[in-house]
Write a protein that binds this ligand. Structure first.
Ligand SMILES: [Zn+2]
Length: 179
């Protein structure tokens, strides 16, 4: 019975993931355009808090729009299923380890973790999937502490012997300038 249940749960998870993915694909926008929105969001986030508050409306709008293009799951088994549907098979294990390193570090620093994610967009060749780890920096932390934590989280795959992505490297570079 238990075995039947877990098989059934797995099937349910697969079906709901397929549905989430289809919805994101149906809404997919141009990769470069989405990238620009994403970078703008990151820039707003790394501003001094007083500046950030001035741009809160813009931030909320961006955040809401970007969310429509992200599929987030809570667990590694679900993330594996999602990657198996979207990523090159050779990179699935690497990506799992990489994003897990980001989130383990976030958790160990006391930063609330939202889940494992992929960003879905498209270009002239078809759909583009970018893996991504979602966490929410506590706004009650002072800026210095937030920057330090962001650097450590971005650098985490390195500690686990995994390569940093170009995005991670760029982010660390930008954060260090603020520190
Ligand atoms: Zn990374």
């Amino acid at each position: 019975m238990e075995e039947w249940n877990s098989t059934n749960k797995l099937l349910e998870a697969k079906e709901s993931l397929a549905k989430l993915l289809q919805e994101a694909q149906a809404r997919a926008m141009d990769s470069l355009e989405l990238n620009t929105m994403f970078r703008r969001k990151m820039d707003l986030l790394t501003q001094p808090f007083a500046e950030f508050l001035k741009n809160l409306d813009e931030y909320d709008k961006l955040d809401e729009e970007i969310k429509k293009h992200i599929v987030v799951v809570k667990t590694l088994p679900e993330y594996r299923m999602l990657l198996e549907k979207t990523a090159n098979t050779a990179t699935v294990e690497d990506t799992l380890a990489h994003e897990n390193a980001h989130l383990n570090k976030a958790e160990s620093l006391g930063v609330p973790v939202e889940g494992y994610a992929i960003i879905v967009s498209k270009n002239e060749k078809g759909f583009v999937y970018a893996p991504y780890a979602e966490y929410k920096m506590p706004t009650s932390w002072d800026q210095r502490r937030q920057i330090e934590a962001n650097i450590q989280i971005a650098n985490a795959p390195h500690e686990y012997g995994n390569r940093l992505s170009p995005t991670d490297e760029k982010r660390i570079e930008e954060l260090k300038k603020l520190n």
